[in-house]
Write a protein that binds this ligand. Structure first.
Ligand code: SDX
Length: 380
């Protein structure tokens, strides 16, 4: 390479920005947002408070939080034009594709690219945080041929989302567990979708395009899409006594075990530890899920087979079991991840603009040189 910098596939270990948002200690299994340990935030904070913290750097004052919550509540509805557009989507389409398209469509309504104006930034944050859950819930009903349910102003953020999704007012424990899940998924440094968000942000495009590009990136099975695949895998294994054989077979055929492994962690992801606890809280209250026994057996079997390589459950391993107990359909697991990660993407959008330089890395050219064009009838 002419620059003298060695090529690192997947940019492993290559710092591509400075950031004050999120700190991961992958050897100790520690994660903190803006200096606050994730266990503390997920126990005591709310998703909207954590969103404020991530985006503006400090916990809000009581008045700032009340204002932010009220603004988000006021902007939950989406235009009938967006709903009508969603009615044209194929009902068989994946909800992540529907979300990417509808998130991008918000730019048609609100894009002024006045990204230096703090009021524009605040309003864009409010709109995206408020409307993404409404769009996810709307597509769930639209694809069944139903009209979407309007948000309910007397319900807090996560309770309202569950209400729009399940068409029933949720149990307070279920709403709190979902809110805690959203806190846990809100931010995770330079993961692929956040990197995508920062690259898009660096062109000075609007925040709706930033979020839409990140949603598309999150959808893949190596990233957020894994939470959906984990349940399919657990069902394929079927019962705890088959976990070891499944693992041996996957390792022998070099297949990735979904919900395991992480570029940053060499131990169990601290979010997986908390999510497993949340799953157990739900099971104690609403009845267990037989796939939980399969998951635990798989984790135990993996400890000896993959543990020595530093491969342990990641955030996606237990989240699906939690979401399923909350009544969330499987193909909405990744959209729920997206609802939460919008907070992190927007925090990185703002941070990127604070010290912007367009992302434009280099490559090592490995193709042909100095070829001469020949007419097609002379080609063999
Ligand atoms: C998320 O980055 C983030 O922060 C992401 C995330 C977030 O909050 O944003 O935490 C969310 O995306 C979680 C990850 C969800 N994906 C999966 O669960 C899919 C399965 N896991 C992987 O494919 C993998 O572990 C990744 C994608 C998560 C990480 O990939 P890396 O860092 O590029 O690692 P690798 O694929 O190069 O693997 C290194 C070694 C290989 O063995 P060797 O060839 O060196 O012998 O570890 C093995 C791999 O085969 N390995 C696995 C494995 N993960 C890694 N082997 C079996 N099963 C796995 N899951």
């Amino acid at each position: 390479d002419r620059s003298g910098i060695s090529f690192r596939p997947g940019l492993e270990g290559v710092p591509v920005t400075q950031s004050a948002i999120c700190d991961i200690d992958g050897m100790q299994g520690r994660l903190a947002y803006r200096g606050y340990p994730i266990a503390e935030l997920s126990a005591h904070s709310s998703f909207l408070e954590t969103t404020y913290l991530l985006i503006w750097g400090d916990l809000p004052s009581p008045q700032q939080l009340r204002d932010f919550e009220a603004e988000v509540q006021m902007h939950r509805r989406v235009s009938f034009r967006v709903r009508d557009m969603m009615k044209c989507f194929p009902a068989s389409g994946h909800p992540m594709d529907a979300l990417q398209s509808s998130a991008a469509s918000l730019g048609l309504f609100y894009s002024r690219r006045a990204i230096d104006d703090p009021k524009y930034v605040y309003n864009a944050v409010v709109r995206l945080i408020a409307k993404i859950p409404t769009m996810v819930a709307a597509f769930k009903l639209i694809r069944k041929g139903q009209d979407p349910i309007q948000p309910r102003d007397d319900l807090a953020y996560s309770a309202n989302f569950l209400y729009m999704l399940t068409e029933r007012e949720p149990d307070p424990l279920a709403a709190r567990v979902l809110d805690r899940c959203l806190i846990l998924h809100a931010e995770h440094s330079l993961n692929a979708s956040t990197f995508s968000a920062r690259v898009t942000a660096s062109t000075l495009t609007d925040p709706y395009a930033v979020v839409a590009s990140a949603v598309g990136t999150l959808a893949g099975p190596l990233h957020g899409g894994a939470n959906e695949d984990v349940l399919a895998m657990l069902e394929e294994i079927g019962s705890p006594e088959h976990a070891g054989d499944y693992l041996d077979e996957a390792i022998a055929s070099k297949r990735k075990v979904m919900g395991f492994g992480h570029r940053e962690y060499r131990v169990k992801d601290p979010r997986a530890v908390i999510l497993q606890g949340l799953a157990e809280e739900l099971f104690a209250r609403f009845g267990t899920d037989e796939m939980y026994d399969v998951a635990k057996a798989l984790e135990a079997a993996a400890a000896t087979r993959l543990g020595p390589k530093g491969i342990y459950p990641n955030v996606d391993f237990y989240s699906g079991l939690v979401y399923r107990k909350l009544g969330i359909p499987r193909d909405l697991f990744t959209p729920v991840f997206a609802i939460s990660r919008v907070a992190g993407w927007l925090a990185h959008w703002r941070e990127q603009l604070g010290a912007n330089r367009i992302f434009r890395p280099s490559q090592i050219y490995t193709g042909a040189q100095n070829r001469t064009w020949i007419p097609s009838d002379e080609r063999v």
